[in-house]
Write a protein that binds this ligand. Structure first.
Ligand code: FAD
Length: 255
């Protein structure tokens, strides 16, 4: 584990089981199965003639959470996963205390997003949980693309280098959450100031209610076609283990 910023750590996962692992698309996700407190490895289902089943006994089952495979080095079979340390939550707490030799299980990757290399103009916004995904997206964009990136973090200490492997026409603007619970408010304001080019794509991932507000604004006030919007709720305030397929499309049915 190494600390990238006060509230963001990198965990490197290795092992023969990663043989053949591949990150097929930017912003894809994996499922991590995390050991319960006091365990060094998660309890996992075992194969039985009737299919996978949990082993007998009362060992606690793993917490399963959704994360971005940030990068994978096939030669060393090493997968980097970046965890936000947001406080109480099995994944955040595990990442804060993880040590060499601790084990987790990984499933995936999966995800619905396919980057269209023909898109020349990107407006990208995310909170700290989306920094790893934004990193994968910036590294995947064609050199010709222009990307305007807005990221919301707690304060200046949480700003990290992100544009090193991005297309030359990338700007990254860091926003500091204006009050501790104003999740996504800075991103919503940035959306109102955004100049979205014709044919451009908007990509947003952050707290689920904040994402819906931003999506609603782009659809109803800016009249952007749904096909130009990629929106993801990465977590929801007050809810554990938010689903990995919250696209916000339920918010304005029919649009
Ligand atoms: C496709 C996808 C990719 C993701 N990639 C990453 C990634 O690479 N790195 C990453 O850190 N997260 C990522 N997330 C978000 C991550 O899955 C959630 O933050 C998850 O809830 C964390 O699990 P936990 O066990 O720490 O907390 P949980 O047990 O799920 O939640 C406990 C409490 O913490 C709150 N909470 C959860 N996450 C946050 C947060 N980020 N900030 C503030 N409060 C929070 C919840 O509202 C809840 O009240 C991704 C989510 C999705 C859907």
């Amino acid at each position: 584990m190494s600390r990238i910023a006060p509230r963001l750590v990198s965990v490197w996962v290795g092992g023969d089981a990663l043989d053949g692992f591949q990150i097929e698309a930017p912003t894809s996700h994996i499922k991590v199965y995390l050991p319960a407190p006091g365990q060094h490895a998660p309890v996992l289902p075992v194969d039985t003639p009737d299919g996978p089943a949990w082993p007998e006994g009362d060992a606690p089952r793993p917490a399963v959470r959704t994360y971005t495979p940030r990068r994978f080095d096939a030669a060393s079979r090493t997968l980097e996963v970046q965890f936000v340390l947001h406080g109480a939550g099995p994944a955040s707490e595990w990442a804060e205390g993880v040590g060499v030799g601790d084990r987790l299980a990984v499933a995936g990757p999966g995800g619905r997003f396919a980057m269209d290399p023909a898109v020349e103009s990107w407006w990208i916004a995310g909170d700290q949980s989306a920094i790893p995904a934004v990193g994968t997206l910036l590294e995947a964009l064609p050199d010709s693309a222009a990307a305007e990136v807005h990221l919301e973090v707690t304060d200046a200490d949480d700003e990290i280098e992100l544009a090193a492997a991005a297309p030359a026409k990338t700007t990254v603007t860091w926003h500091h959450r204006r009050t501790p619970d104003a999740w996504g408010a800075e991103l919503a304001d940035a959306a109102r100031r955004a100049a979205i080019a014709d044919g451009g794509t908007v990509w947003v991932a952050c707290e689920a209610a904040a994402m819906r507000g931003i999506r609603r604004y782009f659809v109803t006030e800016r009249r952007l076609p749904a096909s130009s919007l990629v929106t993801r709720g990465y977590w929801r305030l007050g809810e554990a283990n938010h689903p990995d397929h919250d696209y916000g499309e339920d918010d304005l049915p029919g649009r």
